[in-house]
Design a protein around this ligand. Structure first.
Ligand code: ZN
Length: 208
């Protein structure tokens, strides 16, 4: 996330509005971080965070849709890069019940590892969502769960609905980078995230 502020300047595309509004009983906007000319974190062996993020988002979408949740993505390919404000505007315009931004972390200390879940400081609903997701992820032994933190990230601040930002692991940690590149690990993480999201939606909007 440290790169986000600098790279934000690279992402001044015009807003491409999502072409419909939420119509289902429960609706989530998934936000794969970075994209286009903004790769996010880049590792020495050429792994781009933006690619991890969108692959994870597609997996989470698949699990959510199987549970009857309507899903929008703020970007559906690796060629576009909405600004942070545009991502929040998209979620507000479709009137999503929940906004989930997906990122992968990086740090100069290669020992840093683990999944981190962020909500906006003081947001009780955001805290509730992160708490539920943490609980579900922690039940899976293969996943490196989980620190919950609050941070004033723009996408969390500008979204009108409960919002969470997931740092899915540290690309700067060799073991976690390998796991995030492994499709079966990503699938398990996506399934856990989708399960947490679904539990929250059942409580919050009673969608089925
Ligand atoms: Zn990121």
């Amino acid at each position: 996330m440290r790169l986000v502020a600098a790279l934000l300047l690279l992402c001044l595309t015009h807003l491409v509005p999502l072409d419909r509004a939420c119509a289902g009983a429960a609706c989530v906007v998934l936000d794969p971080g970075h994209g286009g000319i903004d790769p996010g974190a880049v590792t020495a062996d050429g792994v781009y965070e933006k690619t991890i993020n969108i692959n994870l988002a597609r997996e989470v979408r698949r699990f959510l849709e199987a549970e009857g949740v309507e899903v929008f993505l703020t970007r559906s390919s690796d060629s576009t890069c909405p600004s942070l404000a545009e991502r929040a505007i998209m979620a507000n315009e479709v009137r999503a019940d929940l906004f989930v931004s997906l990122h992968a972390n990086s740090d100069i200390h290669p020992s840093c590892k683990g999944i981190e879940l962020y909500y906006y400081p003081g947001s009780r609903r955001g805290e509730a969502v992160t708490g539920i997701i943490k609980q579900v992820v922690a039940e899976r032994e293969t996943l490196a769960c989980c620190r919950v933190k609050s941070a004033a990230y723009l996408v969390l601040e500008k979204t009108a609905m409960p919002a969470v930002l997931v740092e899915a692991g540290y690309l700067s940690n060799t073991a976690e980078r390998k796991r995030l590149l492994d499709s079966s690990y990503r699938r398990e993480l996506a399934q856990a995230l989708a399960e947490g999201i679904t539990i929250y939606l059942q409580r919050a909007v009673n969608y089925r």
